[in-house]
Design a protein around this ligand. Structure first.
Ligand SMILES: Nc1ncnc2c1ncn2[C@@H]1O[C@H](COP(=O)(O)OP(=O)(O)OP(=O)(O)O)[C@@H](O)[C@H]1O
Ligand SMILES: [Mg+2]
Length: 1077
């Protein structure tokens, strides 16, 4: 590292706790006065609540909106919390299960006709042992870099925040939607809303003028498809030279493929302009220059844009609006460790702009080093968003993007000779992809692996899968660089040791965040320098009637109306039920003039949500959306969630009441973030969760500041002090989670992949895991060797591996056929033998007269625990089966007599396996879904939450694709393969067949596909050749950005498919080098 460079890097620290407070204070936050000034200069103050019920004139002027009785509809009472948005088959539900329990326990309270103060007893949270780093003072607030072997940061301090028997007041809003609240409350209206009414005209004017801005004509999209055609043509021509001897024989095949592919892309085929050709030539030249630069110098980066062509910079500006990199981003990209391609972990607060750095590094790998790259993201929806967001980059810079999420992704991926691939994957799919690349001896083609949200290493079975993946990469490819990023890392030293990585961290936040808490009627600023941690800031201004005081004891309405509708606000609630109730309660007391704000767009949104539900709409959303408010949690369908997120991002919705799931990964920042209680379900917030939530405050480029307000009850004050001041929780290995399942999986696949096959080799590999780094802390009573050998014995007993004698008389381990099928299919070890015997039994009498039997075979085992059958419904559904289906049911172990007895309320003890019976019930749900293709109707039929039904469908399609890989490895199951491949497709889309080609494009869900289909966009080629300008005009509620991204994604998919075919052609026509002469 040059000394000049060193001076740039300054002192590194890891803590993200300390932040600069010398920025300008929020215009939403009055200076520390005892009284609240009514004349805050900011516009939001116009909506500040001044509630007084004496004002009769006000009462006359302002009618409030009542909640309709149908708000109690069961559709909105989602009792599950399966976010279902990741690919995990081993369900990670500890937190979710708790949430379920709480909601389940609260159900009676919610249906009570009287308001109750709901108390949340919470379990011991004393295990929150925060291991604190004793950090060096960080006087200048800048960054520094630390190597893993530097030891000076590991002084640990333990803070024990044990507190056992507390209870949490969540507020009356939990039971707000009840009939006795439908009384007249027009006298409770805030006077500030009168101001809103007065201002409304101006607001509406402003908004409409903002919206009616001139549309930018979109250019340059069409030519790429033409380019793709040319490429295909060119490639086909080049095959001519490669395979001259077989050319004539193959001509018909070639012509056939050529005409199919070009025909596909020919809907509109404009000529490639000369300017475009010249532009492309410049890009190629710059890339070549950059490649040469990188080759000739290892530590100096002379490319026009961090080693990349300046075209890349233009693209970031065009598609992301990013003109300049932040200083930390520049520093990070020019780190010596990055130049030398060392592994790197970088940590910055939420919204710090981490992704951009990762993307630039990925582009360098693809364009300059000509290697593939893998980007691992936590959720399916985020993978799809990233695929969409990067599609234009792929098209313009000539690389392929391949989606690995849900049931999508090929193993091993198609070998591409002309272009490099960026694989964007969930954690689970990323693992399978790495396995397949190791097996095909192609892992070294992946030059870079980027892991977003690296702290996921510490999250249950998913964390274990991530750890296993990275450990294998470290072992199997010395040239693959690993980069991890996170906002919430404390014990980064452990992770550095595991990944052999350098660390870079900074406290940078583009928008200043001010943290506050609210205690009774006052707002206090969080200031850890103060002895009390909370410094008085201002009293909260509100005038509530006694009725409102009762309904809104935490003054939520006062807090939100300080910012909405002009600014956005997120309110984190402890449970899903609470999200819905709080949204309903707030709307109940809001002035009707809130309805007029962006009214047309909100009406359109409601129409879209209704049409996404095939005419059904949740009664809470129907009530709240006109006020610009919606709830956001896992009970929403994917379509609803997407529409709500888009409307919120566009400012059409101004307040989302949400669960903590929104804090993880979804990019939905807000001007103000309110934490409605310091609890998630019944557990007191963890520091990491708190940071993730408050970190959503402040939108880069939009807000000048962001603020968070944590609503506290006096009893929680002490815990809250610890919460705002202690260091982040440590991230620990999860290989031992769930009875060592992670370690079992690891060892099974190590043997299967021929990475380590002797006990000593396995032990050596396990010594390189994060678990090994943290072993003393995690499992000090047993040594690593014993743990490893116990696991080997377990796998042997389970029939997944066996010992053989090696050539030197030593023990060599091998996977059995079942073992191979299990790791290849990523099947949970708890279920692999049940799956095997279910499939085996199926062979004896597979019923293909109906799809029910096949569905049953791929109904995910891990979902069973989340759904108790409603026996009456079960019986009704059973009686509607055909005789053949009923026979099949009893053959798999579900006799009608059993269901009938259960439905009549008899308790039965023996004879029937409850896993089978309950699983069959879920198969019924899926069966109905495939028939109806309507989540709402099916949810209604089975009395389930629609979000659960949707997540069941997602899990089933993912599991079905796993079963395909499982059956591929077991000869006796050969016949299943074709059937399950087809079934995977049906479960993945679960829509009318005509919509499938459109829904293959990342991020196009059913509602959008229907709109497009009705507007005449019926095939992938239609979409790929669509004009984004026309789309925005003809498709309701489609922004220019969405249209551009959608067209780019469609083009990318078309290119990807065409090139895959091309690769096949090339391979077929390649003259074999070892042809016997
Ligand atoms: N240099 C930049 N100039 C302007 N905006 C930027 C810049 N870099 C990133 N952004 C924008 O900042 C926002 C937040 O960036 P990003 O999502 O990468 O944050 P993050 O650090 O990954 O946060 P999180 O921890 O929440 O995932 C994005 O909208 C991004 O486009
Ligand atoms: Mg991020």
């Amino acid at each position: 590292m040059s000394s000049e460079f060193e001076s740039e890097l300054r002192v590194k620290r890891v803590s993200v706790r300390k932040r600069s407070r010398d920025g300008k204070s929020s215009c939403l936050t009055p200076v520390k006065k005892k009284t609240c000034s009514p004349s805050h200069s900011c516009e939001a103050a116009m909506y500040k609540v001044q509630l007084h019920h004496h004002d009769t004139e006000w009462r006359e002027k302002n009618e409030t909106t009542e909640l309709s009785p149908d708000m109690q509809d069961k559709e909105c009472h989602s009792d599950d919390d399966l976010f279902g948005d990741y690919d995990s088959l081993a369900n990670e539900s500890s937190f979710l299960a708790k949430l379920d329990d709480v909601e389940h326990n609260f159900a009676p309270a919610c249906s009570s006709p009287y308001l109750e103060t709901v108390k949340h007893g919470y379990a011991n949270n004393g295990n929150t042992v925060a291991e604190m780093r004793n950090l060096e003072a960080h006087s200048d607030g800048k960054h520094k870099v630390k190597c893993p072997d530097t030891e000076d940061f590991t002084v640990l301090k333990t803070v024990n925040c044990r507190d056992d028997t507390k209870s949490c007041h969540v507020g009356n809003a939990d039971s707000i939607l009840i009939s006795d609240l439908m009384d007249d409350f027009s006298d409770d209206l805030p006077s500030s809303q009168l101001m809103l009414q007065q201002e409304n005209k101006t607001v509406t004017k402003q908004t409409s003028s903002e919206q009616s801005g001139p549309l930018n004509p979109f250019r340059g999209e069409m030519s790429s498809v033409k380019e793709d055609e040319d490429l295909i043509r060119h490639s086909l021509n080049s095959v001519t030279h490669l395979a001259e001897p077989v050319l004539n024989r193959r001509r018909s095949l070639k012509d056939h493929l050529k005409s199919t592919m070009t025909g596909n892309a020919r809907a509109q085929s404009p000529q490639v302009s000369r300017a475009k050709q010249q532009k492309d030539a410049v890009v190629t030249k710059e890339i070549n220059l950059a490649v040469k630069t990188i080759e000739s110098t290892s530590d100096v980066d002379l490319g026009p844009f961090f080693g990349l062509p300046s075209k890349v910079k233009e693209l970031f500006q065009k598609h992301r609006g990013i003109k300049e990199l932040y200083e930390w981003q520049r520093t990070c990209l020019t780190l010596e460790s990055v130049q030398q391609r060392k592994n790197l972990i970088y940590s910055l607060p939420t919204s710090g702009g981490k992704t951009l750095v990762a993307e630039i590094l990925i582009l360098r790998e693809l364009l300059c080093r000509k290697k593939d790259a893998l980007f691992i993201l936590p959720y399916v929806a985020i993978v799809q968003e990233k695929v969409r967001g990067l599609a234009s980059f792929g098209l313009e810079l000539d690389f392929i993007i391949e989606e690995y999420a849900g049931s999508k992704g090929k193993y091993p991926p198609i070998k591409r000779r002309l272009k490099n691939s960026l694989f964007i994957a969930t954690i689970e799919k990323g693992h399978s992809l790495v396995n397949s690349l190791i097996e095909a001896n192609r892992l070294e083609n992946v030059g870079l692996i980027v892991v977003d949200e690296l702290h996921m290493l510490g999250e249950g079975s998913r964390g274990a899968i991530l750890e296993i993946t990275l450990a294998k990469v470290l072992f199997a490819s010395k040239t693959t660089q690993i980069i991890g990023m996170s906002a919430t890392l404390n014990n980064v030293g452990d992770l550095q040791k595991f990944l052999k990585a350098e660390n870079y961290s900074s406290d940078f936040r583009p928008v200043q965040l001010k943290e506050y808490v609210k205690l009774s009627d006052c707002i206090y600023e969080v200031d850890c320098k103060e002895e009390d941690c909370f410094k008085f800031s201002r009293p909260l201004s509100f005038k509530y009637s006694s009725n409102m005081k009762k309904m809104d004891p935490d003054h939520l309405i006062a807090l939100v109306t300080e910012v909405i509708p002009m600014h956005s606000c997120l309110m984190f609630c402890p449970t899903k039920k609470n999200c819905e109730n709080v949204a309903g309660m707030i709307c109940k007391y809001l002035n009707k003039c809130f309805i007029q704000h962006r009214e047309k767009e909100k009406t359109d949104l409601l129409d879209e949500i209704r049409s996404a539900g095939n005419g059904s709409i949740c009664s809470v959303l129907k009530q709240t959306i006109p006020f610009g408010i919606a709830y956001h949690h896992s009970g929403l369908t994917n379509d609803e969630r997407k529409l709500i997120e888009e409307a919120y991002s566009a400012g059409v919705l101004c307040l989302l009441t949400c669960t903590s799931t929104l804090a993880a990964g979804v990019n939905l920042p807000a001007r103000r973030v309110i934490l409605r209680s310091p609890y998630v379900a019944t557990e007191f917030l963890k520091r990491n969760q708190y940071k993730q939530m408050v970190g959503r405050a402040g939108r880069a480029g939009i807000d000048t500041s962001g603020e968070s307000i944590l609503i506290l009850q006096e009893k929680d004050k002490l815990l809250a002090k610890a919460l705002v001041s202690r260091p982040l929780e440590n991230c620990y290995s999860n290989l031992m989670h769930d009875n060592r399942k992670g370690l079992q999986n690891l060892i099974l696949s190590l043997i299967g992949l021929n990475i380590s096959r002797t006990p000593a080799d396995i032990h050596e590999f396990v010594s390189c895991t994060l678990f090994s780094v943290q072993q003393e802390h995690l499992s000090s009573e047993k040594n690593l060797w014993d743990i490893t050998m116990e696991t080997v014995s377990f796998l042997t007993e389970k029939g997944l591996i066996m010992s053989t004698a090696g050539s030197h008389g030593d023990t060599v381990l091998e996977v059995t056929k079942l073992g191979r099928a299990t790791y290849k299919g990523s099947i949970d070890l708890s279920y692999c033998d049940v799956l095997y015997s279910d499939l085996k039994r199926g062979l004896g009498g597979l019923v293909l007269d109906s799809i029910l039997h096949l569905i049953y075979l791929v109904t995910p085992y891990d979902m069973v625990a989340h759904c108790k059958p409603d026996w009456m419904i079960y019986f009704r559904q059973f009686t509607q089966l055909t005789a053949v289906e009923q026979n099949m049911a009893s053959m798999v172990g579900v006799p009608e007599s059993y269901i009938a007895k259960k439905a009549s309320g008899q308790s039965l003890k023996k004879g029937v396996d409850s896993l089978t019976v309950n699983r069959f019930y879920l198969a019924f749900v899926l069966f109905a879904l495939l028939k109806e293709t309507n989540v709402w109707v099916v949810a209604d039929k089975f009395n389930l939450a629609r979000g659960f039904v949707q997540s069941l469908l997602g899990s089933s399609s993912a599991f079905c694709s796993c079963v395909v890989h499982f059956t591929e490895e077991l000869e006796e199951f050969w016949a299943y393969r074709a059937l399950f491949i087809e079934l995977t497709k049906r479960l993945t889309y679960c829509v009318k067949a005509e919509l499938i080609p459109l829904m293959e494009v990342a991020g196009i869900l059913e509602a959008r596909a229907k709109q497009l289909y009705c507007a005449g966009y019926k095939t992938l080629a239609h979409l790929a050749n669509a004009d984004p300008n026309v789309l925005t005009k003809t498709i309701q509620n489609m922004s220019k950005r969405q249209a551009n991204q959608m067209v780019a994604s469609a083009k990318m998919l078309l290119t990807e498919k065409a090139e895959a075919l091309q690769e096949e052609v090339d391979e077929l026509l390649t003259f074999p080098s070892d042809l016997p002469s």
